[in-house]
Design a protein around this ligand. Sequence first.
Ligand SMILES: [Mn+2]
Length: 341
Amino acid sequence: MIKDKYLVHADRMAGQIIKASLSHEGFLLFVHKNVDGDCVGAACGMAQVLRNAGYKAGVAISEKLPDSMEYMGVDDLVFDPMDYADRISVSNYMPFATDCSESHRMGKCGRFFECGRKPLIIDHHASVSLKDEQFWIDGDASSASELCYYTALMLEEKTGRKLIDRRAAVCFLTGIVTDTGKFAYKNTMPETLVCAGELTELGARTSDISYNMFDRKPRNVFDLVTHFRSKVEFHADGQIALLRAYEEDFRQFGADDSAIDEMPSVMRDIEGVELSVVLRISEGRIRCNLRSKDHFDCSTFATAFGGGGHMRASGFNLPAEEHTIDEVAEAVIRKATERLR
Ligand SMILES: [Mn+2]
C-alpha cells in the first residue's frame, strides 16, 4: 500500500544518513521559520529516531514553540543555536533540513545551515526542484513527516533496531495531521492513512493532535478571530476572500499574529471562494498567506512575489518598511483577479 517509489527514496535517504554518521559528529536538523506542526514534527521525530540509532541529533529552532505543541514533549530535542553560536560554528555536524530546503526560509538559523557542508534534505514543497543523492523533495507527499517516517522505517531495516518510539510517532503523526488538515485535504492519500494507522499503533493519538493543533484556543484568540471574521472582504465576484490584519487589531486583543492561523482555510471554505488571502505583519514583514480550493495555482502566484509553497497553499513576505498591507492587498487583488477571469 505504501508506494514503491517512496520506499526506494526512503531506502536511499536511510543509506545517506548512515553514511553521514560515519564522518560527522552528529546531525543538526533545520526547519522553516514560523514553525508549524509538520516542520517541528518531521525534525523532532527524525532527531528522536537518530538518537535512538545512537547518533547525536538536535533541532535548531530560534523561536519559542507555541503552547499548542506542549503535548509533543520535545523541549530536550530543540535548542536555539544562537545560544551556542561559537561552539556550533566549529563543530562538524551534518545539516539536515526537513519541510524546507533553503536557508532563507529558516530565519536566524539559516546561517548554521549554510555551514559549507552539503545537507540532507527531506521536503515536500513542490516549488523547489533541487536534485541530489542527499535530497528527497516530493511535492506529491502529504507532509515532510510522512517522508521522514518512511526514512525512519528504512533506517530500522538497515540497522536491525527498533527506532520509532512513541515520541517519534507522536511527532510524525502531528506533521501528517497538520498538513492534511486532519485528513481532510486532497493530499490525504491511501498511504497517508496507512502511515497514520501505523503511528497510532505506536502510541500516537489523532484526537490529542487534532485538539491541540487545530481546535484549542485561549479566550482572547477566540475574541480576536470573531473580530476578524467580520472584516473579511470579497473581491472578483466573491471568488477572492481577503483579510487585512493590522497590528492594532492584535494589540487590542493582546494576541500575536499566529492567532489567526486558521483564517486562511476558514475563508477558503466559504462557498464561491476560490482563493483566500490573509495579510498580517510578522516580525517587521508583511506576511501573505494564500489558499485555493480547486484550480488557482498558489505556488506560482507566490513565487511572483518572491515566496513559494504548494499548489493549494503558499505564501510570501515583504519588508514592512517598503510596503503597506493595503498596497500589497491591492496588488494581490489585481493580479489574482486577472488570473481568475
Ligand atoms: Mn509541510
